[in-house]
Design a protein around this ligand. Structure first.
Ligand SMILES: Nc1ncnc2c1ncn2[C@@H]1O[C@H](COP(=O)(O)OP(=O)(O)O)[C@@H](O)[C@H]1O
Ligand SMILES: O=P(O)(O)OC[C@H]1O[C@](O)(COP(=O)(O)O)[C@@H](O)[C@@H]1O
Ligand SMILES: [Mg+2]
Length: 548
């Protein structure tokens, strides 16, 4: 354990040449040869990257966007050389690593980028791209200079320990980094808790455990205290694992570090069990959660079919997005009705839930309902106290739809006296996220860890890593925090679900039309995503698997 921060000074001055250029900026502009025009909005006016002029501090309001031919756009991530002067680079030590040296084309070409949209028309512009993740020929840290730290924030998710383990082992084995600290208990751990020294030995078997060995928390994001702690301890690589809230926090930390002119790479690994993080294909732990959710649905099915007029009701996580409920339903095939936040429903009257339950019980003698925790919140609010409560991170605190729905169904059938039902309610909420990652999530976590390490070592900062159409990319923080993925109820995946359960859509003609307009363009099935304002991505998050 290390308790007292050391005071290892790091460069504080932001050096700008008198002619406004940034030294060592060649790296940054390696794309320039292939670009017809390069436009960087708001960076001290409209400057041209070809001239290598200073770009100003980067932020959500001042993104690093590069335009190329035929509508090519690179939404780039910041690099330490953008604001730290005279940064030397070094050959990547992986060149001498026997495990990697034999791999043909192991290093990523500096000009490689990943397209956000892969389904295009003959006349489509090339569209938005992100920088491809992976090891570079040259790095901006020497192995013994690196002092890394890892922090986990927000809710738990299967695979957290695997990401931690692989960051530690990857830094150690690939880059020879030995100084790695674990920050305990989320963001507040930077200034209020001790740190843990981490080595491959101490993390050796943590991937077999659920949770995070570092602990986590909500709230407690005090930017200046966090950056003071980073600076005081001499930390120069910060690995931040967490969801949308965490990545917003990481973005603010990056901006403060940049403002102070510190040579510190800030890199995020996106985490959320709800799979609602924008841009990336899928978040780690999601598959594991769906698998575990299916076990609960199985139990509900067994209970329901064993009694007369049995109803099994399962509540699953999904605060704003119903991906877990949708995929668990699709995987199970035992579910008669799936309710998610994106699809409003109603209980009474023609086309309502009660009518459907009666019909299914008559047909089959039992039924299984799955409800995502964020579903029907407005309905509950009508019959219960106010719903405007928040947790320490500012997330909406939900009213318990599972208990509410159970009671409503029981009341309805008691009142109608038509059928005597036997309802079993299962709430596996925390069980699906407090488990270790499954095999495929563990491999995915390893790739995420490797990608994030390569990015930080190569001097990139202010980025999150994740697969975009199957290729790992470096994505600027703001792109994954400005919007969240939701199930598009006018998209094919939801149609598949409706056809597998044969449940009512609960939508009027007007609802369908409204949903289509919200998700413009209506050609989304061809595009594979809903794009608004150029980059508002709202799709089912599971691209590149041939399912769309
Ligand atoms: N807008 C924000 N700016 C700075 N920090 C934030 C912001 N939103 C959330 N955070 C911080 O990020 C951490 C995790 O956020 P939370 O929403 O609880 O989980 P998650 O990252 O999983 O979404 C908390 O410590 C919280 O204080
Ligand atoms: O009880 P907690 O820890 O606040 O977590 C509950 C919430 O966390 C989630 O799992 C997602 O949280 P994140 O924002 O951390 O990804 C939600 O589905 C759920 O509502
Ligand atoms: Mg969140």
């Amino acid at each position: 354990m290390e308790s007292a921060p050391n005071t290892n000074p790091v460069p504080q001055m932001l050096h700008v040449e008198s002619n406004g250029t940034i030294p060592n900026s060649n790296h940054l502009f390696s794309l320039r040869s292939s670009l017809s025009s390069v436009k960087v909005p708001n960076w001290n006016g409209d400057l041209n990257l070809r001239s290598g002029k200073k770009m100003g501090l980067q932020s959500k309001e001042n993104p690093k966007i590069v335009h190329g031919e035929v509508g090519y756009v690179l939404e780039d991530v910041p690099h330490l050389t953008d604001y730290v002067p005279d940064l030397p680079s070094y050959p990547n030590p992986l060149q001498d690593n026997p495990a990697y040296a034999v791999v043909k084309q192991y290093f990523v070409n500096l000009d490689d980028t990943v397209a956000q949209k892969i389904v295009v028309h003959k006349t489509s512009p090339r569209g938005t791209h992100f920088r491809r993740a992976g090891p570079r020929q040259r790095v901006y840290f020497e192995s013994d200079e690196v002092h890394a730290c890892i922090v986990t924030c927000g809710g738990l998710c299967p695979g957290l320990n695997t990401v931690i383990r692989e960051i530690v082992c990857g830094l150690f084995h690939m880059y020879g980094v030995t100084k790695i600290l674990g920050i305990e208990g989320g963001y507040r751990g930077f200034y209020a808790r001790n740190t843990i020294t981490m080595t491959p030995k101490t993390v050796n078997d943590i991937h077999k455990r659920g949770g995070t060995i570092l602990g986590t928390s909500r709230g407690g994001h005090d930017t200046s205290k966090i950056v003071d702690s980073i600076q005081d301890r001499g930390i120069n690589q910060v690995y931040i694992i967490g969801g949308d809230g965490t990545q917003k926090g990481a973005s603010v930390i990056f901006e403060e570090i940049q403002r102070r002119g510190l040579k510190v790479a800030v890199a995020g690994v996106p985490k959320t069990i709800d799979n609602d993080i924008a841009v990336i294909d899928k978040s780690f732990g999601f598959d594991t959660a769906v698998e575990e959710a299916e076990r609960a649905i199985n139990a509900a099915h067994v209970e329901a079919e064993s009694v007369e007029n049995g109803i099994g009701l399962v509540k699953l996580m999904g605060r704003y997005s119903g991906f877990i409920a949708m995929y668990a339903t699709l995987a199970s095939r035992d579910v008669d009705c799936c309710l998610i936040p994106e699809s409003p429903f109603y209980l009474e009257g023609k086309g309502g839930l009660f009518e459907f339950i009666e019909k299914r019980l008559k047909e089959n003698g039992h039924m299984v309902l799955v409800v995502a925790e964020g579903a029907g919140q407005e309905l509950i609010a009508e019959s219960m106290r106010s719903m405007d409560h928040e947790d320490a991170s500012g997330n909406k605190l939900l009213l318990d739809v599972g208990l509410w729905l159970s009671q409503k169904i029981k009341d309805h059938f008691a009142r109608s006296k038509k059928v005597a039902i036997n309802l079993k309610y299962i709430d596996p909420t925390y069980m699906i996220r407090a488990i270790p990652g499954n095999a495929s999530d563990n491999v995915y976590c390893t790739l995420l860890a490797h990608s994030v390490i390569h990015g930080a070592m190569a001097g990139y900062t202010g980025f999150t890593v994740g697969p975009v159409n199957g290729r790992h990319a470096y994505i600027p923080f703001h792109r994954i925090t400005e919007t969240r993925n939701k199930v598009v109820i006018t998209d094919r995946m939801w149609a598949r679900l409706l056809s597998s359960t044969n449940q009512p859509s609960f939508l009027s003609h007007k609802d369908v039309e409204d949903a289509k307009t919200e998700g413009e363009p209506v050609t989304q099935l061809l595009d594979g995503e809903n794009c608004k304002d150029g980059h508002h991505v709202v799709d089912n998050g599971l691209a590149d698997n041939g399912t769309r």
